[in-house]
Design a protein around this ligand. Structure first.
Ligand SMILES: Nc1ncnc2c1ncn2[C@@H]1O[C@H](COP(=O)(O)OP(=O)(O)OP(=O)(O)O)[C@@H](O)[C@H]1O
Ligand SMILES: [Mg+2]
Length: 384
C-alpha cells in the first residue's frame, strides 16, 4: 500500500499563494516555513504534489534535503542541487529542459540555456556566488525560482549553515527588490522540529526573520476515507467505520505508516478477539502509539542512569533546554542516579545522547529532544 494519496488542492493553494500572492500573502515572498513532527508526510507532499504543481505553473524548482547526507554541509548540498539544475538546463535533451519547453511553450532551438559562469566553480573561491547564480537563473529563465529546503533546521546548527542561510537571504533580497524583475526568488523550508523551525523566523538575528512559519497541514479525514475505500476490496477484512478510523489516525499522530500498521494488526486480531473493529481499533492504536516511542526511550535507558537524567532535564521543557552543565542540573542528575555527579561526567553523557540522535543541539548551549513525539510520550508516562 505504498500508493501516494495526492493532495492536489493543498498544492494548488500553496502554489498560488507563493507565485501569485494577494496583498495579505506578500509576506510569503520573504520565505515560507512549514514544520511538523516526523513521518507525517512532509517530504512526500513536497515531492509528489508541490514540486510538480509549481513546475506546471512555470516556476523553476530546486529541491534539497539537508538530511539526505548528514555528513555533507548544508551549503555543499544546496550548491550541489543548484549545480545539477543548472547543468540540466544547459543540456539540450534533459528531462527538465523538455518539461520546461512543454510547459512554457518555448522554442529554445536545439540548445539549452547557457550560463555565464563555470558550474563547477559555483560556490568555490573566485567562482560564481549563490546570489549571482540564482540571479542569472531567474533572468535567463524569465521565471520564478522556488528553492525548497527539506529539514532546513539542520542549517542553523552550524556556523556554515547559518552563513548559507544568509547567502540565500541575500539572493532573495537582490532578486526580489528589482522593480522589473522577470521572476521572484521564493524560499520554502520544512522541518521536523517545530521549535527550531520557528526560531528561524522569530529571532531577529536569523536570516529569515519575519518570514512566514506555519504548521504543516497534516493528512485529513479524506486520506483516511481513501485508505478505507482501498481496503474495501479486501473481502477478508471487516472494516472500521470512518469516525473510528479517523480517531485512530489522530491517536497515531497523523502518521500513515503507523496507521496502516494498526489496520493490519486490526485485521489479524479481529478474527480471534471477537470484538467489533470499532471497539478493537482504539485499543490497537493506543498500544501502538505508546510503543512507537519505545525504540528511542529504550536507547536512552541502555545508556544508563545519568543519560536518563540528562534526557529528563531536556524533555521536561517545552522550549529548548539550557543549563545542562550547570550546578543545578548536576544536583538534579545526582538526585536521580543516587550518587555524586561531577560536571566532568556530564559531557560524555550528552555526547552519547547526541550520537544516538535522541537529543539534538539547537544552538549554543541549547538542546531539545530530536523527536517531539518521543518527548510527548515520555511526558505522558511520567504523569501516569
Ligand atoms: N500522501 C500520502 N499518501 C500515502 N502515504 C503517505 C503520504 N504521505 C506520506 N506517506 C507515507 O508516510 C511515510 C512518511 O512520509 P514522509 O517521509 O513524506 O514524511 P516526513 O514527514 O517527511 O518524514 P521525516 O520526518 O522522516 O522526514 C512514508 O512511508 C510515506 O510513504
Ligand atoms: Mg522528510
Amino acid at each position: 500500500m505504498a500508493e501516494v494519496y495526492r493532495r492536489a488542492e493543498l498544492a494548488a493553494e500553496l502554489a498560488s499563494r507563493l507565485l501569485r500572492p494577494g496583498v495579505l500573502d506578500e509576506g510569503l515572498r520573504s520565505g515560507l516555513f512549514l514544520s511538523g513532527p516526523r513521518r507525517i508526510g512532509k517530504t512526500t507532499f513536497l515531492r509528489s504534489d508541490l514540486v510538480p504543481e509549481l513546475e506546471a505553473r512555470g516556476a523553476v524548482v530546486i529541491y534539497v534535503d539537508l538530511w539526505s547526507d548528514i555528513k555533507a554541509s548544508p551549503a555543499a548540498l544546496v550548491h550541489g542541487a543548484l549545480r545539477r539544475t543548472l547543468a540540466e538546463l544547459e543540456s539540450p535533451r534533459s528531462p527538465l529542459l523538455e518539461r520546461w519547453r512543454r510547459i512554457r511553450g518555448l522554442d529554445l532551438g536545439a540548445a539549452g540555456f547557457r550560463f555565464g559562469f563555470q558550474l563547477a566553480q559555483l560556490g568555490v573561491e573566485g567562482g560564481a556566488t549563490l546570489v549571482e547564480a540564482f540571479t542569472e537563473l531567474v533572468d535567463q529563465a524569465c521565471a520564478d525560482l522556488v528553492l525548497i529546503v527539506d529539514e532546513v533546521q539542520q542549517a542553523i546548527t552550524t556556523e556554515e549553515g547559518n552563513q548559507m542561510l544568509l547567502a540565500l537571504k541575500a539572493a532573495r533580497d537582490a532578486i526580489n527588490t528589482r522593480p522589473d524583475t522577470p521572476g521572484h526568488f521564493l524560499f520554502v523550508g520544512t522541518g521536523s522540529h517545530r521549535a527550531l523551525v520557528s526560531e528561524l523566523t522569530a529571532r531577529r538575528n536569523q536570516a529569515f526573520a519575519g518570514a512566514t512559519s506555519k504548521p504543516y497541514p497534516v493528512l485529513d479525514e479524506a486520506y483516511v476515507a481513501h485508505v478505507l475505500q482501498r481496503l474495501g476490496d479486501d473481502a477478508a477484512m471487516v472494516l472500521p467505520s470512518l469516525p473510528a478510523a479517523w480517531q485512530a489516525f489522530q491517536t497515531l499522530g497523523h502518521r500513515p505508516e503507523e496507521f496502516l500498521r494498526a489496520l493490519a494488526q486490526l485485521k489479524r486480531s479481529s478474527r480471534d478477539s471477537g470484538l467489533a473493529p470499532d471497539q478493537l481499533l482504539p485499543v490497537v492504536a493506543a498500544t501502538m502509539r505508546s510503543s512507537a516511542a519505545d525504540l528511542d526511550l529504550q536507547k536512552v535507558q541502555q545508556l544508563g542512569g545519568l543519560a536518563l537524567a540528562i534526557f529528563a532535564w531536556v524533555a521536561r521543557m517545552d522550549t529548548p533546554a539550557k543549563g545542562l552543565f550547570s550546578a543545578e542540573a548536576a544536583a538534579a542528575y545526582a538526585a536521580a542516579v543516587g550518587r555524586e555527579v561531577r560536571v566532568d561526567d556530564i559531557q560524555p553523557g550528552v555526547n552519547e545522547l547526541l550520537a544516538a540522535n535522541v537529543l539534538m543541539r539547537l544552538g549554543h548551549g541549547l538542546y531539545g529532544v530530536s523527536d517531539p513525539f518521543v518527548q510527548e510520550i515520555w511526558r505522558e508516562r511520567q504523569t501516569s
